[in-house]
Ligand binder design. Sequence first.
Ligand SMILES: Nc1nc2c(c(=O)[nH]1)N[C@H]1C(S)=C(S)[C@@H](COP(=O)(O)OP(=O)(O)OC[C@H]3O[C@@H](n4cnc5c(=O)[nH]c(N)nc54)[C@H](O)[C@@H]3O)O[C@H]1N2
Ligand SMILES: Nc1nc2c(c(=O)[nH]1)N[C@H]1C(S)=C(S)[C@@H](COP(=O)(O)OP(=O)(O)OC[C@H]3O[C@@H](n4cnc5c(=O)[nH]c(N)nc54)[C@H](O)[C@@H]3O)O[C@H]1N2
Ligand code: SF4
Ligand SMILES: [Mo]
Length: 794
Amino acid sequence: MLALAAAGVGTRYLFDTHAKPAQADAPERIAWSQCNVNCGGNCVFQWHVKDGKITYMESDTTGSSDFQARACLRGRSMRRWLNSPDRLLYPMKRVGKRGEGKFERISWEEAISIIHDKLDYIIKTYGNESIFINYATGMYSSMGRNPSKRLLSLLGGFVNQGADYSTHMLQCVMPYMFGSDKKKGSVFSPYDNVNASSFSEAALHSDLVVMFGNSPAETRMGGANAVWDFARVREAVKARGGKIINIDYRMNESASGHADEWLPIRTGTDAALCAALIYEFIKNGGTDEEFLEQYCVGWDERTMPEKHKGKHASYKDYVLGLGADKTAKTPEWAEPITQIPASRIRDLARLLMQAKAPFVCQGWGPQRHSNGEDTTRAICMVPIALGKIGLPGTNTGQREAEPPTYLVGSLPFKNPVKTTLPVYQYLNAIDHGHTMTKTNAGITGADKLSSDIKCLWNYAGNCLTNQHGDINYTHEILADDTKCEFILVWDTVLTDSAKYADILLPDAMRSEQLNMQTQGYSEYYTGVTVGGPAQKAPGECRSSYDVCADIAETFGLRDKFTEGRTHDEWTRYLYEQGAAKDGQMPSWEQILKQGVYKRECKPAIGLKKFRDDPIANPLGTPSGKIEIFSEALDTIAHTWELKEGEEIHAIPVFWPGPEGYGCTTEEFPLYCSGFHHKSRTHSSFGFIDVLEQAARQQMWINPIDADKRGIHNGDTCAVKSPAGEIRIEARVTPRVIPGTIAIPQGAWHKADMNGNKIDTGACINTLTTYRPTPLAKGNGPSHSIIVQVTKASA
Ligand SMILES: Nc1nc2c(c(=O)[nH]1)N[C@H]1C(S)=C(S)[C@@H](COP(=O)(O)OP(=O)(O)OC[C@H]3O[C@@H](n4cnc5c(=O)[nH]c(N)nc54)[C@H](O)[C@@H]3O)O[C@H]1N2
Ligand SMILES: Nc1nc2c(c(=O)[nH]1)N[C@H]1C(S)=C(S)[C@@H](COP(=O)(O)OP(=O)(O)OC[C@H]3O[C@@H](n4cnc5c(=O)[nH]c(N)nc54)[C@H](O)[C@@H]3O)O[C@H]1N2
Ligand code: SF4
Ligand SMILES: [Mo]
């Protein structure tokens, strides 16, 4: 039901009357707003407001029904969040130990004075490079996260966030393949339509869609989100006799109901499948040698960089078994690794070779593994080897494109500190930041960190613990208040991360303020929504902009912070700046009336310009070409200080990675992986009971693995990894590959941290090991986990 409604197919009208009173009186007014969580849909809310209180919600009803940013069930439950008895209402200070969640109400004055004193002390004692605004994505809005950044910038700055938890491994490694130097040519971004093609392009011209770990029906929900486009892709491609193939360790919601579309694979082994596919292409004359010679570096001996010739270090030599490992990457080689029969690998290779316009894409699940840097590039090798990129209906192997146009900006800030810390390293930087360098920890913008992190500023995020990894280990570091001396958390409910706050601030939610935001990941339209407040914020909740202005005042910086503008005046200013640049957007007065402005985006073909003319439009790589073999990576592999068991590769080989293929043991005989769940956006909405009832937090386990353990549907199970233990309900289903269990990420951690630490909330990050990946230093271990599962005693 949830997936259908969110897909906007057929049932879209069912939910519009949700919570509408029986005798529908004319609503007094409509307040526009938007869903600003990090799902990216940015769906539109029309709040019906009476006597200052929200009565019910309609979503987007404007324009063509094919083009409406309609909220999914999560967005439609927002009223329950806004009016929840669990809302944080007052500023609080910690009275128990860190992590215990014991707080005492204080006044705003006292909170601001404590924050002032702590910042003053930390900056004077340790310098601005001891302050980190950790990764936190709960609030996407023009005035969302930036007041904090603007304030801290004015105070001398803070260590910058490197990459993100979404695309960490991909974001770090892809520039070596597709370019990072703007002066030289086009550069890689995971979030645009230059490097990747849009689903609408696949709908127009593709005859085969191959998706690696990509489930728009779960991760791109909402009416005008990519799931809507994907529904059209399926219809169009099938209508022209083509196929959709979804390669995933579980039959995800995008493949369910279409059983022929699912190709099950063991997690973390996509690079082995890709090598075997390419082996078949080579053996059957399916590679486009002309393309590979003209557009690529490192495919074969001819195209290797001069210095590396004669060493059998090319990707083709790796595949044919002429490289260092002397192993040909045949389908028979890949079969036991991937769990895909060699005959099915051959079938898929044949399909790919026969397709006129194969659209190969990947979600971000495959790269969220301990070998993610290699996997994400290996997937791109499939269309590269076929020479099927930059052409109608094809894609570059990356995620389907997003529109590049952001119609309005956010509150500006200029951070004087240039040092950047890979976000997942925040905990190491608290523990031993002063030892972290460019070559042992991926620091950029400086050779090393000048200090340990002493102050964490966490606005709208649950990434201190719940969304980070290895919660038990993280607890040890955060609970020690001599390490990180001040933790500020600013949220709307008492999350697991909030339990570690020294000062915990409540926030007015976006529907309780004048709110504005441009589009998110919605692939085929861009837009902006402006409106609100719909109702008054509860308790003493205030806008974070106003609070930051008050903190600025204690440092004599109010005027510099505000530049004479209020929250609402900044919103208008940012809108008018955007409108002036854009030239097509309505006036401020008009947008306030209409609430939402949208326009369609044209289908895009990734790397089209480069394909059309690689000399005139080179990539921003050192060679201007696609670097299958990267000399820069080769240098890093030989010069960085790596820990035991870590490897960095110049070409995208299959490397299992820690807790990857082959790492199971007698004690931990199963693999465990995660996915983004439809009942939550990460941990957001995790406390809304109706959503939990609609899509429960369950461990997917194959009947083969369940039978061996006497586990039945609905049984409570213990899942134990080297890092921790959870309790979770079993869902025995053939929709997950044998040997691997699947756990939806984002459930709320719930454990007695002074006792047995068993997490009955079933947060996957209780099970993950904290071991940043070799190159990106990112959150690859998120889904490379080994476990044992047993039926829990009642
Ligand atoms: N193992 C594993 N871990 C993962 C992932 C995974 O796949 N597996 N996914 C990763 C990814 S891709 C991401 S992006 C991160 C996301 O991790 P987070 O950025 O922590 O995202 P959420 O869990 O949604 O937390 C957002 C927080 O913002 C709060 N919030 C919402 N609205 C407001 C507001 O108006 N004001 C304030 N102050 N707070 C608000 C919510 O209550 C919530 O606590 O998780 C990462 N963690
Ligand atoms: N409903 C919902 N939507 C969301 C979010 C959410 O929390 N909930 N989060 C949003 C955010 S911030 C982000 S970054 C995106 C995340 O988007 P993604 O990272 O693409 O989402 P995931 O569910 O982690 O992974 C996608 C698919 O990859 C599969 N997978 C995992 N490992 C492997 C592997 O090794 N190989 C293969 N072939 N498949 C694998 C998973 O089973 C899943 O079906 O989603 C966004 N949308
Ligand atoms: S959670 Fe995402 S898809 Fe659902 S309403 Fe919010 S923005 Fe839209
Ligand atoms: Mo994300």
